[in-house]
Write a protein that binds this ligand. Sequence first.
Ligand code: RP5
Length: 173
Amino acid sequence: MSGSLVGIVMGSDSDLSIMKESAIILEELNIPYDITISSAHRTPKHLTDYVINQSFEVIIAGAGGAAHLPGVIASHTLIPVIGVPINATDLNGLDSLYAIVQMPSGIPVATMAIGKAGAKNAGIYAAQIIGLNNPEVRERIATYRDKLSQSVLSKSEKLAQLGWRDYLKQKST
Ligand code: RP5
């Protein structure tokens, strides 16, 4: 999509329930993105065309199993690629983590945690890269961090007020 600063690519629609976390946080930070399904193994030509014909500043790529997607994308572009390992097989995402993080020297991929936290952090990391040259984006990330701190501090206050037993009771209702 023209005007999108971030491309989110996933290997299969089965990755969408995880990769939506990248989209949600990019929307919260008001950063335009494109989201698509393309596979390093099943649609190699479609993937190459997508990567070559884009003008993103960052690409986020999530895949499970033999997760070559982020590395193959990185081989076709000079922009930063962020990889998200997805728990899609009996190896619980470790297969994907190793496949994404163990890139050969010369072609880096910034690898996030397995699963939803990794997908969300990929969105924030993409925003931080864009924020290097965009003070408004930096400001939005700072506001997001403030909200994050505030939510922990209010939980801490509530725990002090209620004690841990009542805190847990309230949390479970
Ligand atoms: C990977 O294989 C995809 O990224 C997905 O995580 C996994 C399984 O894909 P499906 O068989 O569910 O399409 O390429």
